[in-house]
Design a binder for this molecule. Structure first.
Ligand code: NAI
Ligand code: PYR
Ligand code: MG
Length: 573
C-alpha cells in the first residue's frame, strides 16, 4: 500500500484503487484524485461531492472529447500550452489521457519547441506553482521545502532539477526556465514511459539570473539578482543533493539545462555515488548515437570509419562526442584513435590544442596545431567551411544554437565528398536549428541522412518521402529513467547508456529509402519500455540493480502508470 500526502490531503493506493480520508472540495482540488464529471454517483455520495459537480456522469472518453475541443479553440501554441498546463493542474489522469491520444500533435506543445515560449512567458502566464522551488538565498530552507511537498521517503522515484542557465538553446531564463523545463521533462517521463506522476518532484534551483529582461520585469517571480557562482553555488548544489538523497533514498536525480561550466562538473562529482545522469550530455549523446547507428546501416560505413564534425562544442556537443568515441572504441578503435575522428568547432572556429581559452572538457578533442598549420584562417580561426573542406566529414552535427550556420555552400561542400552525408542539426527550439531539413534535402539532392531536435514533417524529393527522425533526448531519457527506477539502479553507468542507445537503434528499420533513422514519436511508449528493459538487464549484468530482475519485461510493464481513473473510496466506506 502506498501512502500519498499531497496538496495537504491524505490518500492511499491499494490494489483496488485509492482510499482517502478527506472529501468534498479537497478531493476536487487534488489533481491526482480529481475525476470531475467522471466521479460515479456512489463516489460522489461517499466522498461528499454531491452538489459540487454538475449532475451528468461522464466517461473519460467524453471528457477527452470536450477537452480536445477546448484545446483546439486556443488561438496560439502558447495558449494551447497554457490550456494544457491548466488541465494538468486540475486533473492529471485526463491530461495524460488527452496527451496520449494526441501525442504527435501535443508533445510539441507541452515540450519542445513550445515549452521554450512557455518558459519565456513563465512570469506573465504564471497561474499556480508546481514542484519545489529552492533558493540559493535560503539554503537552510531546502529540507523544509521538500517536507512541505508532502511525499515520504519511499514515495519518490525521480527528481528533475534545473538551474536554467542554458535552457534548450535560449539561454538563461531564471526560475521560470528551471521550473518550466523540470515540469516539461517530467511530463514527457509520464507520457512516454509511464513514470508515476505522483512519485516525482520537479525542482527549480533558483540561483538568480543574468537575464536583464527578467531582472527588470515587474512580473518576474524569481530571485531578483545576478546568477551566483563559485563556492556558494557549489554549496547550494551540494545541499540540494545531500538533502534530496537523504530524504528520498530511492530517487534518481536528473540534471537538465545547466550551463557548460557546471553541467559536467556536477555530473562528475556525483556519478558513481548515486543514481544520477545529465540529460543534455548523456541522454542526448545516447539518442544521437542511436540515430547514428541507423545511419551507418544505411551507408554501410562502420562507426570506426566515421569522420565527425561537431559544431557547438558545449554540454551537448561534447556529451555526444563522448558517446560516439566510446561507440568507435566498441567498434575496435583504441580511445586515442577514436577521439581523433572527431573535430570540434565552436565560436573560435576549430578547437586547436594551442588555444588558451579551451574549456576543460573540450581539451581532449582539441586538434593538434601541427595538423592544421596550413589551413585557412578567417577572423582568427578556422571556420566550419574550411573544416568541412579539409576533413571531408561523413557526419556533421549541430549543437551550437547558431541558426542557419549550415549554409548551402558548406552543405554542398560536404556532399561533394561523401555519398550520403549524415547531417544532424539538433539545436532547439526551431529558431536555433543550424539548417532546415527541406534545404538539406534540396542542397544534397535527397542524399542527406537527417535527424533534428524538433519535430519536422516528412519531405518528398524525387519521389522519395524522407521521414525525419527526431533526435531529441525525449526519445531516450524516459526509458533510461524507467529502467533505472525499476531496477533501483545504484548508478547510471556508461553500459546502461549504451544499452539504451542500442535498444532505440534496434527498433528502426532503415531498409526503405527515406526511412526515419529513429522510431516515431507515436511509438514513444513502446520505445521507452524497450529501452527500460535493456537498461534493467544491463544494470543487473553490472551488479548495479538493487532489486531482483527475474522478468524485466513484465516488471517494466507493471511499473508503467496508465492514465485511467481508479475507484476512490472514503476511509470509512
Ligand atoms: N536534440 C536534443 O535532444 C538536444 C539538443 N540540445 C541543443 O543543443 C544546443 C546547445 O545546448 P547546450 O550544449 O546545452 O548549450 P551549451 O551552451 O553548453 O553549448 C553551446 C555551444 O555552442 C557554441 N556556440 C554558440 N554559438 C556558436 C556559433 N555561432 N558558432 C559555433 N559555436 C557556437 C557555444 O560557445 C557553446 O560551446 C541547444 O540549442 C540545445 O537545445 C541540447 C540538448 C539536447
Ligand atoms: C532537448 C533538450 O534537452 C535541450 O534542447 O536542451
Ligand atoms: Mg536540455
Amino acid at each position: 500500500m502506498t501512502h500519498h500526502r499531497r496538496s495537504s490531503m491524505t490518500f492511499e493506493e491499494t490494489a483496488e484503487g485509492y482510499v482517502t480520508s478527506e472529501g468534498g472540495l479537497a478531493v476536487l482540488e487534488n489533481p491526482l484524485l480529481n475525476k470531475d464529471t467522471a466521479f460515479s454517483l456512489e463516489e460522489r455520495q461517499e466522498l461528499g461531492l454531491d452538489g459540487l459537480i454538475p449532475p451528468v456522469v461522464e466517461t473519460i472518453d467524453e471528457q477527452v472529447a470536450r477537452a480536445y475541443a477546448q484545446y483546439l479553440a486556443q488561438p496560439t501554441d502558447l495558449q494551447k500550452n497554457v490550456y494544457l498546463t491548466g488541465l494538468q493542474d486540475r486533473n492529471e489522469v485526463l491530461f495524460y489521457r488527452l496527451l496520449s491520444d494526441h501525442l504527435r500533435e501535443m508533445l510539441p506543445i507541452v515540450y519542445d519547441p513550445t515549452v521554450a515560449q512557455a518558459i519565456k512567458n513563465y512570469s506573465q502566464e504564471y497561474r499556480r506553482p508546481r514542484g519545489v522551488y529552492l533558493s540559493i538565498d535560503d539554503m537552510d530552507g531546502i529540507e523544509q521545502a521538500f517536507r512541505n511537498f508532502g511525499l515520504e521517503a519511499d514515495q519518490v522515484d525521480l527528481i528533475v532539477a534545473s538551474d536554467a542557465e542554458e535552457i534548450l538553446g535560449i539561454g538563461d531564463w531564471g526560475v521560470g526556465g528551471a521550473a518550466g523545463i523540470a515540469v516539461g521533462k517530467l511530463t514527457v517521463y509520464t507520457a512516454a514511459a509511464g513514470i508515476d506522476p505522483g512519485r516525482v518532484i520537479p525542482v527549480a534551483l533558483d540561483v538568480g539570473t543574468d537575464n536583464e529582461g527578467l531582472l527588470n520585469d515587474p512580473f518576474y517571480v524569481g530571485e531578483r539578482h545576478s546568477r551566483k557562482r563559485g563556492r556558494r553555488y557549489d554549496d547550494f548544489i551540494d545541499a540540494y543533493v545531500t538533502t534530496a538523497t537523504r530524504l528520498f533514498p530511492n530517487a534518481m536525480l536528473h540534471w537538465e539545462d545547466f550551463g557548460p561550466s557546471n553541467a559536467r562538473r556536477i555530473l562528475e562529482k556525483y556519478t558513481g555515488r548515486l543514481p544520477t545522469f545529465n540529460d543534455d550530455m548523456q541522454g542526448t549523446g545516447a539518442i544521437v548515437l542511436a540515430a547514428m547507428l541507423g545511419a551507418t546501416r544505411v551507408t554501410g560505413t562502420p562507426m570506426r570509419d566515421q569522420r565527425v564534425v561537431v559544431f557547438g562544442a558545449g554540454t551537448a556537443g561534447i556529451g555526444i562526442a563522448d558517446q560516439l568515441r566510446d561507440a568507435m572504441v566498441r567498434d575496435g578503435l583504441d580511445p586515442e584513435t577514436a577521439g581523433r575522428r572527431i573535430w570540434p568547432v565552436d565560436k573560435q572556429g576549430l578547437l586547436v590544442d594551442d588555444m588558451s581559452d579551451l574549456r576543460d572538457f573540450q581539451v581532449p578533442y582539441a586538434r593538434p596545431s601541427s595538423e592544421v598549420a596550413g589551413w585557412r584562417r578567417d577572423e582568427g580561426g578556422i571556420r566550419l567551411g574550411e573544416v568541412v573542406r579539409r576533413v571531408k566529414p561523413t557526419m556533421l552535427l549541430g549543437t551550437s544554437t547558431a541558426h542557419g550556420a549550415f549554409t548551402e555552400e558548406i552543405v554542398r561542400a560536404m556532399a561533394a565528398n561523401v555519398e550520403r552525408p549524415i547531417i544532424f542539426p539538433i539545436s532547439n527550439p526551431t529558431d536555433r536549428i543550424e539548417a532546415m531539413p527541406q534545404d538539406l534535402i534540396t542542397w544534397t539532392d535527397g542524399r542527406a541522412l537527417i535527424a533534428t531536435g524538433v519535430p519536422i514533417n516528412p519531405i518528398t524529393c524525387h519521389g522519395v518521402t524522407h521521414v525525419i527522425g527526431q533526435a531529441n533526448n525525449a526519445l531516450l531519457y524516459p526509458g533510461l529513467g524507467l529502467g533505472a527506477v525499476v531496477s533501483r539502479a545504484r548508478q547510471v553507468s556508461k553500459g546502461m547508456l549504451h544499452a539504451a542507445a542500442d535498444a532505440v537503434g534496434g527498433l528502426v528499420d532503415v531498409s526503405t529509402p527515406g526511412a526515419s533513422l529513429l522510431p516515431q514519436v507515436e511509438n514513444l511508449r513502446e520505445v521507452s519500455a524497450t529501452v527500460a528493459v535493456a537498461v534493467c538487464r544491463q544494470a543487473a549484468a553490472e551488479n548495479l540493480a538493487r532489486v531482483d530482475l527475474k522478468d524485466p519485461v513484465q516488471q517494466v510493464q507493471d511499473a508503467m502508470w496508465q492514465p485511467r481513473y481508479r475507484p476512490i473510496r472514503g476511509e470509512s466506506g
